[in-house]
Design a protein around this ligand. Structure first.
Ligand code: GLN
Length: 282
């Protein structure tokens, strides 16, 4: 029987990726990844070896590792993900950080996460701000079911989930901070036909000709759902920073900025709903 070390060498060769090979082997063995290092000389049982072979074949056929294992880490959370949800990306943690900077540590406040998917952003914020009430919406009932399971699994009690398109489920409620990782890829972008993206829900990725259809709606309606001085923050593509700041400015937002991710690419833009709008002045 092959041992762990040689199994991993062969799988890494086949997949061209050591991390994927390790994550899948740990999953096949129901062990943490760290176990593999200490047990490099252990032999695999026949059952484990054939279970692993199947996983490698799924991955070779292009299926994302997160969908094979049904899990992905985000912030401090181990999240369930399914093909009904986008796979949380590390760069989206930037959006969480920027939102937290705008949320008090010790005061009640209201946060809205639009298009929550697996619940990644809403749950990370709720975890860090236990006095905040977070509402997370999604147009996909299947995605919301996953998000709800993630909330239960992590015992996060200050998030509630509501089904519907963007702001539709929240009526005329107003929030201190609105966050979103909406779809923003151009519908003709060839990347949608490549790699992991092929397996992810198209409705969570693509948004019209210039990728901005959903962002336009969110920016247009956000003012109706923010308290004065509240913030709207959302993720977007690396080449959309200029365009989304124009949208924010035209919608009446102030204190506009765009933050870059670890690869120095524009990734999150934000604006503040004015404390006193022009209309209030005498
Ligand atoms: N950042 C993702 C990607 O480019 C897209 C996620 C999104 O559209 N919200 O792969």
């Amino acid at each position: 029987m092959p041992d762990v070390r040689h199994t991993l060498i062969e799988a890494t060769h086949r997949l061209g990726d050591r991390v994927d090979a390790e994550v899948l082997l740990a999953y096949a063995l129901s062990k943490p990844r760290s176990w593999l290092i200490a047990h490099a000389d252990d032999e695999l049982s026949l059952e484990h070896a054939s279970a692993y072979k199947l996983l490698i074949e799924q991955r070779e056929a292009g299926e994302p590792v997160a969908y094979i294992t049904g899990r992905r880490g985000f912030w401090s959370l181990d999240l369930e993900v399914t093909p009904d949800t986008l796979i949380p990306r590390p760069e989206t943690e930037l959006l969480v950080e920027l939102a937290l900077e705008r949320l008090p540590l010790d005061k009640a406040c209201y946060v809205l996460d639009l298009g929550t998917g697996s619940g990644a952003i809403a749950l990370a914020i709720a975890r860090e701000r236990t006095q905040a009430q977070v509402i997370a919406t999604d147009a996909s009932a299947e995605a919301l079911a996953v998000a709800q399971r993630n909330a239960r699994r992590h015992h996060v009690g200050n998030v509630s989930f509501e089904h519907g398109d963007w702001f539709a489920p929240v009526g005329d409620r107003r929030f201190d901070v609105i966050v979103s990782n909406p779809p923003y890829i151009e519908s003709s972008d060839p990347h949608l036909q490549q790699g992991d993206l092929r397996f992810e829900p198209m409705s969570a990725l693509a948004s019209g000709k210039d990728g901005l259809d959903d962002i336009r709606r969110i920016v247009r309606d956000a003012g109706l759902h923010l308290v004065k001085g509240g913030w709207l923050l959302f993720e977007h593509g690396w080449n959309q920073g200029d365009a989304v700041r124009v949208l924010l400015r035209n919608a009446g937002f102030v204190e506009l900025s765009t933050a870059r991710d670890l690869e120095q690419r524009d990734r999150v833009s934000m604006g503040r709903w004015p404390v006193s709008s022009g209309c209030d002045s005498p």
